[in-house]
Design a binder for this molecule. Structure first.
Ligand SMILES: [Mn+2]
Length: 360
């Protein structure tokens, strides 16, 4: 199927529009974000796909979103993770379940059963569809894209030539769309791929990213995918101006000692380019070279991992940025398990601070 066979036109001019994608089973975070943006019935809400899997409550999120969709002002496009109910018989499913929480885990929790209670995957799939078959129908009816006067909303991306000829499957899964080009004379708003992967100026930021050159807006805050992820909302005001807001549920700490970094040239490396070589190990920060980019940087020593074949790799996405902080500000704690320094997030930007600047 092509995009032209499964997209919807919508007029939003003159109405405030909220766009949220990749909720990934986090109903409570989603509700917290709707409350934070002050979502009202006069507003338009566009849900950019991937409401299911990875998070804690896929079933609750699904029921809540489908209930919201009863309102004339709420719209949703499909995401690749929303297809799980059509993939229940697929051979790869149990392998996927080994490393990601899914809708099926929620179903087993809800029914008090385990995989061992089912003679085969087929029986489990039948059982789930007995309860949730109707929901499968509703997901299947979702458009792949929504086009408005000034925007196209799609989960992952569109073809660079003619967007209407985009294969619907590709529209849900294509990687790195933010770095690609398209021919549309309007902004394309996508989720699917965490915006922090598009590193700009060496910064590790979960903020909504906007390319005015390429007319692309990447809104996925890495919720449930990145260790410091968040759920973002893009807000398009009735007059067309844009802003964003975000929620997460990390612990908040207050800054009790100001710190200004005199000069730094930050670096950020994201999945999957984790290969590094290292100098002599230091208890705090070890000098290293990021192999793919041939960049010298300092790595917090706890983030070095042996790669199993005599070399080394980063254990996760990594930034060597030190954050400027001022007394009275608050930050979110991302990782306080390292010697002497704490990885924190301040207004969507991730970086290190010495532990003594944080209050209790
Ligand atoms: Mn996705």
């Amino acid at each position: 199927m092509k995009l032209k066979d499964n997209y919807r036109k919508l007029e939003i001019k003159g109405r405030r529009t909220i766009v949220i994608s990749d909720i990934h089973g986090e109903k409570v975070l989603f509700q917290k974000l709707l409350e934070k943006v002050g979502f009202l019935e006069d507003d338009v809400l566009i849900i950019g796909g991937d409401i299911l899997d990875k998070g804690r409550d896929s079933i609750g999120t699904m029921k809540y979103v489908l209930q919201l969709l009863e309102q004339e002002n709420v719209h949703m496009i499909e995401g690749n993770c929303d297809r799980i109910l059509t993939e229940l018989y697929e051979a790869w499913l149990f392998d996927y379940m080994d490393y990601r929480r899914t809708f099926i885990h929620d179903y087993l929790d809800e029914t008090g059963k385990t995989l061992a209670d089912y003679p085969s995957q087929h029986n489990l799939a039948d059982d789930i569809l007995k309860t949730y078959g109707d929901y499968q129908q509703r997901f299947a009816a979702l458009p792949t894209a929504i086009e408005t006067e000034d925007y196209l909303f799609v989960h992952a991306g569109i073809d660079h030539a003619d967007y209407l000829e985009t294969d619907c499957e590709q529209a849900l899964v294509m990687p790195n769309f933010y770095e690609q080009k398209h021919q549309l004379d309007k902004y394309v708003v996508v989720g699917h791929y965490p915006a922090c992967n598009y590193v700009e100026n060496g910064l590790y930021s979960h903020e909504v990213k906007i390319s005015h050159d390429r007319k692309i807006i990447a809104i996925d805050g890495g919720n449930q995918v990145k260790a410091s992820g968040q759920l973002n909302a893009l807000i398009i005001e009735a007059d067309g101006t844009r802003s964003s807001m975000a929620v997460d549920d990390y612990i908040t700490r207050e800054i009790v000692q100001s710190l200004e970094v005199s000069y730094q040239e930050p670096h950020t490396f994201t999945y999957p380019d984790f290969e590094i070589t290292i100098g002599e190990i230091d208890p705090y920060f070890t000098s290293a070279i990021h192999v793919r980019s041939q960049t010298e940087f300092m790595v917090k020593t706890e983030y070095i991992q042996e790669d199993g074949s005599g070399g080394y790799r980063l254990k996760d996405d990594y930034t060597d940025m030190f954050l400027n902080v001022e007394v009275g500000e608050t930050v979110k704690v991302i990782d306080d398990s390292c010697l002497g320094y704490v990885l924190v997030k301040k207004e969507s930007l991730v970086g290190w601070v010495p532990e003594e600047v944080l209050g209790e």
